[in-house]
Each structure stands twice: as C-alpha cells, then as structure tokens.
Design a protein around this ligand. Structure first.
Ligand code: ARG
Length: 560
C-alpha cells in the first residue's frame, strides 16, 4: 500500500525508486509504523551510517498527503499512514468484484504441469496436493495476467498396464472392467500384486503384454483404452468437484513418437553413453547418478518422455517458465532432467522449475496403492460434505440450496487443508483435522463471507459517496482496511514464491480481523454516513474474501 508513491518520493541521488521499493518492509510491530525502510541496506552504497541515511530521507516523506508522521529509529525510517487517506482507497476495492488482478504477466506464458495422475491407479489423497496447489497457481498466474497453460501430464504408459491386462484376463473380463468403476479396476491391481508375490512369472506375462501395447497390438490397445477410459471418468468427477481444469492432457503416451529427436540431439552432442547395454547421460560431474534414457531392451523411460515433453512445450507454447508441481520424492528426477536439458543447450533450460511439495501419509504409516492401503479422494470429499450437511441441518435447516452449500463447504474444507501450509511440509492425513470446521479453515472464512453478505443485505442500498470515512479510523477498522489493501501484494507474493498458502493465510487473517470489527461495531446503524462507511468496508472485505477463495478453488456461498 502506497509503496510506489513512497518509493518515488524517497528516490534520491544514489537510490532508485526501485531499490527503495524492494527494500520496504512491514514492521513486525504495528507500533513501529505501517511501513519502514531499513536503511542499513544502503549504507554500503551510500557510505553513510543507517541512521544518517534515515535522517536525510525523513524530510522527503513528511509532507506527503498520505503520511501522518514519520520517525527515524535505529537506522529505520518508520512511516505511519494517515488513516483517512488509507480508508479513501477502499472505494477501488468495493467497486470491483475481483481484487488484486493485474496485467503484469502480459505476454508471458507459464506452463504448469500438475495433478498428472497415473492412469489405472486410484486417485487418492496423495494426489490432492499437486492437484490443488497446481490449480491454485494456475488461477493465481492468470489473475496476474499471465497466459497460464495447465498441463495434465497423464501417467498413461508403463508396466502397470501389462499387469492390469494379466489381471483382467485371469480374474475378470474386458466387459466387466469397462462397465465397472475405478474401485473395481483397483481391486484387480491389488490382487495382481498379492498373487505376483507367490507367482513371479506373472510379471513376465505382464511385461509381454506391455510390449504388445508398445508395438501397437490391437487387442492390447483395446485394453489400454478401456483402462484409460475408466480412470479418466473417475478423475474427471473429482476435478469437477475441485474446480480443476486443464488446457492439455498430453501425457506420457503422447510422447511415444516424439523421443527420437531428443535422443538424436544427445547423440550428436556426444552425451549418450552405453552402459551395460542401456543408454545413459553421465552426470557424475554434477554429483548425480546417470540419467537412464533407453533400457537394454530398447524401452524408453519416464525421463525420456519428460525430455520430449520439455521440447514439445517450448515449441508449442514458447513458455517463459515451465513449472512442475510434483512431490519432492522426484527431486532427483527433475535435477537430472534439468541438467540434461542444459547439456543439450535446450532453449528453455533456465526456465524449468520443480515446484516440490511434501508427502502425505496416513496416521498409521505410508500409503501404498499396491497393497490397497489408500484413502480415496472421493471418499474424503463425501465425508466432508456429509459433515457439512449435518451441521447445516442442525444450525440452519431452512437454508435454501442446502445440498449445494454443503458441497461448497465440505469440498472447500478439504481443499483448504491442503493449501494451508507451505508446500514442502509433510502432511499426516487426519480425518479429524480435515473435517474440523473451526479455527483456520475454509468454513470459517466462508462463514465470515456469508456474515458480510448478510450485513450488506440488511443495510440495503448504500451511498458510498456520502460515506464518513472518519468512522473507519479506529484500530479494528484500520486493521481490516490494511488487510484488504494488502491482498494484492499477497497474490503477487504467492505467485513469486509459488505458494498459494500466502493467500490462504491472508484471507484467514482478514476474516479474523473482520470478525473483530464486526463484534465491536454495528454496521447497519441509523446514521447514514457512518452506515455507508461501514458498508463500504464490508463490501470491500466481501470482494476480497471471494477473490481469495476463488483463487484457491473454493466457493463462497452468500448464505450458510
Ligand atoms: N505421473 C507422475 C506421478 O504420479 C507425475 C508426473 C509429473 N509430471 C512430469 N512431467 N513428470 O508420479
């Protein structure tokens, strides 16, 4: 807030407005001002003590219309804004349903590879993070004017298909699988793994079947298509509940015929080495194991497809950045991939980024698809929605669209729980935690939103041009306003750090500040100028929360 104006006013010989804007900070303690400039950052360049720099800058801010006072304290220039000037900026936010949007990303394309589910494997709670973090980043970048391209790099290639064919042939039929659901398909997968422990020869059969898929064998491909169909039908259901969409579903099988040019470049550059019959890129010099690209039997690998995908994306989208929202277990894979691309002089090599996140485990240990030890995502969503429905039934049985609101609240709670922490944190999945609707949760924010909506309905038509802004200069109102005006910055920060949780935390903080304001002040008072001012603030809060929730992929019901 006011960073630009302040930086321009402070720019002096030796210090550009940009230097200053980058150095500005929000004091930890609001008593130290609304914004401060730590001058020690410049003492080297200016060859002056921090306190002297602060002193010399002081006169430049004192006369500014939005500055109430400024002080130099131990090398910091602390600036206090005029609360009236700050409140005057509420109108921009109240007037626009969408808050914090900009066009700073104009002309830049960001590819975001997220969710990227494995076909013929169940969509479980472990896929929640990549899906909702990626989906949020996708919307956040769009909000900032970037051309975001959402890519679902489907895991639709690999030996699991061979295994499933064996299982289908032995214990079911193509017809039964085609008309069944993903749970049935998964049960075949689980059974395969338990039987293969006793009969390892099943693995040879599975490999042979997968080879037939690779060779384009008709019967094998018929199976492949059915497995893919069944999985995609199930996954699409989850995506629609989570409000997730993609611009491309080009997955691993899509690159089957696109790997050779990459291998050719590697050969030309002398980067491919033979090792025990396989082709690898040696990465010893970079402290990594070799990147295996073609196995001795001629089969290509996950990494080979990712190389081809990188080239394809550069060529198709000419990206500015290419993000991969994938668990940190794949750190090595991406380090290797990016290093190989560098060695190939790939044009986008410096713009590749692994956006890693932590692991999800169950309270009693790790999940395992093979053993059937998984928590299905659909099941989690259903349970959360049922809980929301029960609460609505108890607290507000006459609510309209009960089912729809329950869906918004239940799904919102699950999404929110995955977007609350920094990405990299490991999560132990607990139903109790996800289904808790108290404290730092989506239902709390949604409830606050509905509360604001209800106050505005009660207040009726407001005339904001006659709002008495001096009614908004008390501490509670001022805290709310600062949070509203700081939202745009949080969106930018979330994009820069690739951390949707910056937004999650911002809207929880805003909600709690608004609730403090709400408890301390009546909004719909008789005095029109005061009522108009408080409604102005309430509307700005409402627009900000709605925007924040929407960026995270969470609904904001008007009533609940
Ligand atoms: N399907 C992979 C998995 O579940 C993730 C793919 C990520 N994207 C990529 N381009 N490698 O592990």
């Amino acid at each position: 807030m006011f960073e630009k104006e302040l930086s321009l006013a402070l720019a002096a010989s030796g210090l550009s407005a940009e230097d200053i804007q980058n150095a500005l900070e929000t004091p930890k303690d609001a008593k130290m001002g609304d914004i401060c400039l730590p001058c020690f950052k410049f003492s080297r360049a200016l060859r002056q003590a921090p306190q002297a720099i602060a002193q010399s800058l002081l006169p430049r801010v004192e006369g500014l219309p939005f500055v109430e006072k400024a002080e130099c304290v131990s090398g910091y220039l602390n600036v206090y804004f005029s609360r009236l000037a700050v409140a005057a900026r509420l109108a921009e936010i109240a007037n626009s349903e969408v808050v914090g949007a900009s066009d700073e990303g104009k002309g830049k394309t960001i590819c975001i590879d997220y969710s990227s589910v494995n076909i013929a494997k169940p969509f479980h709670i472990g896929h929640l993070s990549t899906t909702v973090i990626g989906g949020a980043l996708y919307r956040i970048f769009k909000h900032l004017g970037y051309n975001a391209v959402g890519i679902n790099h489907l895991g639709d290639w690999g030996t699991q298909f061979g295994k499933l064919i064996v299982a289908t042939e032995k214990w079911s039929s193509l017809e039964e699988v085609a008309s069944g659901d993903e749970y049935f398909l998964n049960s075949l997968y689980v059974r395969y793994h338990s039987e293969a422990k006793l009969h390892p020869e099943l693995d040879d059969e599975a490999r042979a079947w997968f080879k037939r898929i690779e060779d384009g064998d008709k019967a094998a491909l018929a199976y492949f298509d059915v497995f893919k169909d069944v999985t995609m039908r199930a996954v699409e259901k989850v995506y629609s509940r989570l409000k997730i969409s993609f611009d491309s579903y080009a997955g691993e099988s899509f690159y089957n015929d696109k790997m050779q040019p990459c291998l050719d470049i590697l050969k030309q550059k002398g980067l491919l080495k033979q090792s025990e019959g396989a082709w690898v890129v040696d990465l010893d010099e970079y402290g990594m194991p070799p990147c295996l690209l073609v196995k001795a039997d001629g089969a290509t690998l996950y990494a080979t497809r990712d190389l081809a995908a990188a080239y394809y994306r550069k060529q198709t989208y000419d990206f500015f950045k290419c993000l991969y929202v994938v668990a940190y277990q794949q750190n090595l894979h991406f380090k290797q991939l990016f290093q190989v691309l560098k060695l190939m002089d790939f044009a986008g090599a410096d713009d590749m980024e692994h956006v890693a996140f932590g692991m999800v485990s169950m309270e009693d240990g790790a999940m395992s698809t093979r053993n059937g030890r998984v928590i299905w995502l659909q099941e989690v969503l259903d349970k959360a929605v049922a809980k929301a429905a029960a609460i609505i039934e108890e607290k507000n049985p006459s609510l309209q669209n009960k089912a729809q609101v329950a869906e918004s609240v239940g799904v919102g709670a699950v999404v929110f729980s995955a977007l609350w922490n920094n990405r990299i944190k490991d999560i132990v999945f607990s139903y109790d935690k996800v289904l808790s609707f108290e404290g730092e949760t989506a239902p709390y924010v949604q409830y606050t939103y509905a509360r604001a909506a209800s106050a505005l309905r009660k207040g009726g038509d407001a005339n904001f041009s006659s709002a008495d802004l001096s009614a908004l200069t008390d501490d509670e109102s001022y805290d709310v306003i600062k949070s509203v005006l700081g939202f745009a910055d949080s969106v930018r920060q979330a994009a820069k750090l690739r951390e949707p949780c910056v937004i999650t935390r911002h809207i929880v903080d805003l909600a709690s500040k608004f609730n403090r304001f709400y408890i301390g002040h009546r909004i719909v008072v008789d005095e029109a100028p005061v009522r108009n001012a408080r409604m102005l603030l309430t509307l700005a809060v409402k627009n900000t929360i709605r925007t924040g929730l929407a960026l995270l992929g969470i609904d904001a019901p008007e009533e609940m």
